[in-house]
Design a protein around this ligand. Structure first.
Ligand code: HEC
Length: 213
């Protein structure tokens, strides 16, 4: 009886404990409720930003899009008030051809033929334009070595002006021992129009149309 008397809590203590418990859980509830709204707003903003960023800069996830030495595009502010983007052959070469023909244009022995010192690049520009447009397959001899592999076509990836710029960069690059005239977009468009094919050239076909000089 003595024990019972001692362990009993006074009524006002019980009331106070309840008040504390309820008010505590109420303010917790407030905290829990307001955080997700802030968090959701933040995540929504991050997702929206991420979506816009990817759709603008992902480059359709093209395998050659990542260019570690890339620079921002240069703008040719001319008579058209800067509407026209300057087509930079070197940059396009780095983006589209370097994976195989290498930055120095010397290719990889046994796998990818060189563009430096190549008879296929010199002379009639239509030959290399046709190769870039449709790709090439079969046994080919370049600068004393033979290759037997496949080059992928670029006709749907690059427009006439871009292919012209790449051909001009390669054929007029003094570092590669070349100094040919520039190739125009009209020339590329004429080669494109002169044949209707979607498969790669084989070596015999291309040599018949565009023999080596
Ligand atoms: C996927 C690798 C690959 C890419 C990318 C590539 N090529 Fe090629 N290229 C080859 C291969 C392989 C050959 C030889 C094909 C054969 O064996 O018949 C070749 C052959 C050539 C040739 C004729 C042979 C020579 O060395 O002169 C030219 C010109 C050429 N490529 C230019 C280009 C240009 C310009 C680009 C970029 C627009 C390019 N290539 C992109 C793999 C590639």
């Amino acid at each position: 009886m003595n024990l019972d008397e001692k362990s009993r809590m006074p009524d006002d203590a019980i009331l106070e404990a309840h008040t504390r418990t309820f008010s505590k859980s109420e303010s917790d509830g407030d905290g829990v409720l307001s955080m997700p709204i802030l968090g959701m707003a933040l995540f929504t903003m991050i997702f929206v930003f991420g979506g816009i960023y990817l759709s603008k800069y992902s480059g359709d996830f093209h395998p050659f899009v990542f260019d570690p030495e890339g620079e921002p595009p240069s703008w040719d502010v001319g008579a058209d008030g800067g509407q026209q983007v300057a087509v930079d052959g070197e940059k396009l070469y780095k983006r589209n051809c370097v994976a195989c023909h290498q930055a120095d244009g010397k290719g990889l022995p046994g796998a990818f033929p060189p563009l430096v010192g190549s008879r296929w690049v010199r002379g009639d520009p239509d030959r290399m334009v046709a190769i870039v447009l449709n790709g090439l397959t079969g046994r080919i001899e370049v600068a004393g070595n033979t290759y037997n592999s496949i080059m992928t076509p670029f006709s749907s990836l690059l427009d006439d002006e871009q292919i012209a710029a790449i051909a001009t960069f390669i054929r007029s690059n003094p570092d590669w021992g070349n100094n040919a005239d520039r190739v125009s977009a009209e020339q590329v468009s004429a080669v494109r129009a002169s044949h209707e094919r979607s498969n790669a050239w084989n070596v015999e076909e291309i040599l018949e149309l565009y023999p080596l000089e």
